[in-house]
Design a protein around this ligand. Structure first.
Ligand code: F6P
Length: 351
């Protein structure tokens, strides 16, 4: 069998661990030939496909390294028009690819699903620091990102205490609040604001004022998709034809401007940005990514094409890509994490 492997969408820690596990499993047990596709689906879109053979040695020594040795793209869209789609179909035929293991987020899964129309069969592996892929309760990369944000919150706290400031820390996560929520809890944030709960400015002002009198500093952790009740989403930029056309970011600054006039303390914002996606994966993410890569190889070898690896109730399994394409897993409003946060006095920006 000839199997392509690609990484699509934003990178995240653990991608190399998947590439390593899927390649080694296929070579070891399946006597497959594995081709690494450069820069996500972009590597299949040009007149000359960009691929390289992946040998055992090629994928050795990369388990612990962040990023992806294959490169990635979160703007390449092979479904953008008929000509591009046909070119991808020709490339797949010319390369003799039986299946492509597509490691990516919901955008990549939607593309993988759409490419079935030109005869490209995919097996999906969910990745994202946002932890927002349906049927996957933990995507690799998330644990590493939570650790990075938590560490950052600790660092912000010591300077916030010294200067008696209100410090706003903006996290990534798109339209899901997992990263802000779990990091905020782990990093002892006083206020956590999520895309799932529109915040009420007055409640935030109240908590900050109370703390001005007592602790004299406040830490606010806000997910980039959060917004004030009655206001619209803060969009940083729009990218035409991209499977992920809206880039978020800037909510921390928006909140600072709204909050400052009401408080004595100085309000400052830190946007953590891409430090959250970079760096080497934690041991947890290395193990999870290796399990996902191994399971993807099993799906290929057992002919379960068109499926994505999943993690549900702590068990690795799979689901049809068609069932998860174009869906997102956000924080449910009845999540026990939310009620626990309220019970221990964390403000979620609710009235
Ligand atoms: O989906 C992963 C992610 O890091 C999001 O949390 C974030 O909104 C987005 O990618 C940022 O993408 P870019 O690197 O293109 O700015």
């Amino acid at each position: 069998m000839r199997v392509g492997v690609l990484t699509g969408g934003g990178d995240c820690p653990g991608l190399n661990a998947v590439i390593r596990a899927v390649t080694k499993s296929l070579i070891n047990h399946g006597q497959c030939e594995v081709l690494g596709i450069a820069d996500g689906f972009e590597g299949l879109m040009g007149a000359q496909p960009r691929v390289k053979s992946l040998s055992w040695d090629e994928v050795s020594g990369i388990l612990h390294i962040g990023g992806t040795i294959l490169g990635t793209s979160n703007s390449a869209n092979p479904l953008r028009d008929a000509a591009t789609l046909e070119q991808v179909g020709r490339n797949v035929q010319q390369l003799g690819l039986d299946v492509v293991v597509a490691i990516g987020g919901d955008g990549t899964m939607s593309l993988a699903h759409g490419l079935a129309q030109v005869g490209l069969q995919c097996v999906g592996v969910p990745k994202t620091i946002d932890n927002d892929i349906a049927s996957c309760e933990r995507s690799f990369g998330f644990d590493t990102a939570v650790a990075t944000v938590t560490e950052s919150l600790r660092r912000i706290e010591s300077t916030a205490m010294s200067h008696h400031r209100v410090m706003i820390v903006e996290t990534m996560g798109r339209h899901a609040g997992w990263l802000a929520l779990e990091s905020g809890i782990a990093g002892a944030a006083d206020i956590i604001l999520l895309p799932e709960i529109d915040y009420d400015l007055k409640s935030i002002i109240k908590v900050c004022k109370d703390r001005e009198e007592r602790q004299r500093y406040t830490i606010i952790c806000i997910g980039e998709g959060a917004k004030e009740s009655g206001q619209s989403l803060t969009v940083r930029e729009r990218i035409e034809h991209s499977p992920d056309p809206v880039r978020l970011g800037g909510v921390g600054h928006v909140l600072r401007e709204r909050l400052q006039p009401h408080l004595k303390s100085e309000v400052r914002t830190t946007v953590l940005g891409h430090v959250q996606r970079g760096g080497d994966p934690t041991p947890y993410d290395r193990v999870l990514a290796t399990q996902f890569g191994h399971h993807a190889a099993q799906l290929v070898l057992s002919g379960q094409l068109g499926h994505m690896v999943t993690l549900q109730y702590g068990r690795i399994g799979s689901v049809a890509i068609a069932d998860v394409a174009n869906t997102q897993r956000t924080v449910p409003l009845d999540s026990p994490l939310l009620s626990m946060a309220r019970d221990i006095g964390i403000c979620l920006g609710e009235v």
